[in-house]
Design a protein around this ligand. Structure first.
Ligand SMILES: Nc1ncnc2c1ncn2[C@@H]1O[C@H](COP(=O)(O)OP(=O)(O)OP(=O)(O)O)[C@@H](O)[C@H]1O
Ligand SMILES: [Mg+2]
Length: 449
């Protein structure tokens, strides 16, 4: 069921696709930069969080983004993700998601936390590397099907700038060579241990008779040095990836807890993975990269989820947790305790808090312009003014959401550019939250009494 969570994560980022980063210069927020407008203080604070995460000084700590609806909390989180770069894991969930999945809520949270911790694995492998100067696949009869010929081995000649050697390889490598479509003039690697073949591309020094005028494969130079060499490979996976792999292979656990159907991961597996990762780190084969787990609309978490988070934050391997809320003082879900943002006091005590404030009219205008450009919506001045008014009076999110429907209305009326009337029509058709609540209330009163 984690697949469902992943998909949603995509969609949520979509609404903030215009945001390319925090738009900071030497730690100072530029008024309009990287798709970000205003909210200078919060952006600068977020910049400090990013530096601390990158320097590994934030692990196990937590941040709260607090502010009224539509003031850019989720936008800020997306900007943080962009600033962290590809290599630092960033996992985004909405609090209510932990209740909709078919797993225990603490399990969903745990998985999310482990998806937010990266393990950079360094592995030195022995490989054979060179340009293929000769290749002869040997085929034999299939052991059960006499009419079928199968590869049973190959004779292969590899060349570097220093040497040229002939290898006899077994059927596994032969099959790999066929599957990867290796032919004379290709530069390849063969993993000495597993026989796995990697095709790097066509050699710039491929013999004339196998050179083609048009070739799709990338051009690579003739490798230097000797054919047998050691090479370091680096890949980053998450702790959750390792848990999954371990859980599927671990025969006993698979038996006890079921294989792929049941997605919960037994604690023993996680302990096992943790031990292993720690050992790898000690041996210099791995590096831990604590990433960020962002939990949006955190007031929807209940007391159990909060206490789980509080405990998990203390764990040795924990990501940085960023929470966001637009609630003021409210009840902690699952209790009668009233507390700021609906977050239990003991957790609140440990948070660094960043607040976002309401936008000025000019800022709303700027954001709408950026968003319109992103969605490919052209606005006449009157249309923009009405949207700005709606953004200020109703909510920014509502105004942003009306952009595409307004364009659809304009198209129906045979225009490419959105005018004031189109926005008015879109606004008539799609109400905002306040109106919809008022309607429901009225409806309720009429129907139930
Ligand atoms: N400072 C900003 N610069 C550019 N775009 C912004 C900025 N703030 C918000 N936006 C955009 O405005 C829209 C609404 O903002 P967002 O969803 O981030 O608000 P929020 O604080 O998370 O609201 P909520 O409390 O309702 O979740 C989004 O499309 C967002 O990308
Ligand atoms: Mg939000």
């Amino acid at each position: 069921m984690s697949r469902v969570v992943e998909a949603r994560r995509w969609e949520r980022i979509g609404a903030h696709s215009h945001i390319k980063g925090l738009g900071l210069k030497d730690g100072k927020a530029l008024p309009v930069a990287a798709g970000m407008v205003g909210q200078l203080q919060a952006r600068e604070a977020a910049g400090i969080i990013v530096s601390m995460v990158k320097e590994g000084k934030m692990a196990g700590r937590a941040v709260l983004l607090a502010g009224p609806p539509g003031t850019g909390k989720t936008a800020l989180a997306s900007a943080i993700a962009k600033e962290l770069g590809e290599d630092v894991p960033f996992m985004m969930i909405t609090a209510s998601e932990i209740y909709s999945a078919e797993m225990k809520k603490t399990e969903v949270l745990m998985q999310a936390m482990r998806k937010a911790i990266g393990v950079r694995l360094k592995e030195v492998r022995k490989i054979y590397e060179g340009m293929v100067t000769d290749l002869e696949i040997k085929t034999g009869r299939h052991p059960y099907n006499p009419y079928q010929q199968v590869p049973i081995g190959a004779k292969l000649r590899l060349k570097t700038s220093n040497e040229e050697r002939t290898f006899n390889v077994d059927e596994t490598v032969a099959q790999e060579l066929i599957v990867k479509g290796v032919s004379r003039g290709d530069v390849i690697w063969i993993d000495a241990e597993t026989g796995r073949v990697t095709k790097l591309g066509r050699c710039t020094e491929a013999p004339e008779e196998v050179k083609y005028d048009i070739e799709a494969a990338p051009r690579v130079p003739l490798p230097g040095g000797s054919i047998a060499k050691e090479r370091e490979f680096v890949h980053t996976v998450t702790l959750h990836d390792l848990d999954e792999t371990r859980a599927q292979r671990g025969s006993v656990f698979t038996l006890l807890f079921g294989g792929r159907e049941e997605r919960e991961i037994p604690p023993e597996v996680r302990q096992d993975v943790d031990e292993k990762v720690k050992r790898w780190v000690e041996e210099g084969r791995a590096e831990i990269i604590p990433g960020v787990l962002f939990i949006d609309e955190v007031s929807a978490l209940d007391i159990e989820a909060f206490s789980f988070l509080g405990r998990a934050m203390e764990a040795e391997l924990a990501p940085v947790i960023i929470l966001a809320t637009n609630r003021g003082v409210t009840k902690v879900r699952g209790t009668d305790i009233v507390s700021p943002h609906g977050i239990p006091l003991d957790l609140l005590d440990r948070l660094l808090i960043i607040t976002t404030r309401e936008y000025t009219e000019d800022e709303v205008r700027e954001i709408l312009k950026i968003r319109a450009a992103e969605e490919g919506v052209q606005l006449e001045e009157g249309a923009l003014s009405l949207l700005v008014k709606l953004g200020v009076e109703n909510s920014l999110r509502y105004a942003v959401q009306l952009l595409t429907p307004s364009l659809e209305v304009a198209k129906l009326r045979g225009r490419d550019k959105v005018s004031l009337e189109d926005v008015e029509e879109a606004r008539r058709l799609f109400v905002d939250v306040k109106q919809s609540m008022a309607y429901l209330k009225e409806y309720e009163e009429k129907m139930l009494k």
